[in-house]
Design a protein around this ligand. Sequence first.
Ligand SMILES: [Zn+2]
Length: 269
Amino acid sequence: MFHRFRIGDMSATVVSDGPLTLGPPHKVFRGPAPEAIARALTATGQATDALHVAQNCLVLDTPAGRALFDTGLGDEKPYGPDSGKLLASLAEAGIAPESIDAVVLTHAHSDHCWGTPAFRNARIYMAEAELAYWTADPPLETHRPSLEGFRRHILPVRDRILTVRDGEAFLPGVQAWATPGHTPGHLAFLFEGGWCLTGDAAWHDPLSYAFPEAQAAYDTDRSQGVETRLRVLDRLATDRLRVIGYHHPWPGLGWVERGAGGYRFVAEG
Ligand SMILES: [Zn+2]
């Protein structure tokens, strides 16, 4: 599945790695009453038993080459049988894996980076803090399967990794934005022309928007995750940035408005 659009003068394509099934909503988003969470999901036509989310990777054709933002789960399937479709989606869009010059990672969780080894010609960009976190010796206290997956899928390609700092314009028209909390080196990306790829800083439509202060179970530092989410949402709404949401309903494009007690994601095709 792919969706082509433009970011300024650049051709952009959202490519799907397929959907994931995550935990029960009230266990992932802590704080709001389970009934309030269920109501918000039902109002947008979503199931309430578990979180069902998309994986929307982005291909951006920059003047300095073709970049792929996040690479999905690869061929492992920890979150249901329907992931691992990125290569098929790229083929549908006529994009050869060898044509990817740069892989850009928001962070090193399974669903964002385990597909990386398929892109053999790519430099790999990630935050310095993220690489330091996952390669710390002795290893920091973290989710064991994530750490083992990082070692399986990212350590073998470590010689192609280039680290990126907050505010760095490391590709033409692309700037890194440090948004830590979900992971210590989580990055969002700002694109020329008023766009933001948000990664997992605010990843669920509608729950991350309706309940921005809920602590999210998948955040490494949950308090910092809340602070960052509030900072990101404030900027997205104030600057009216157009958003590319990784886990938002396909294809994940839209913008953010302030709403009663929180925010609202407004999807656009
Ligand atoms: Zn994710």
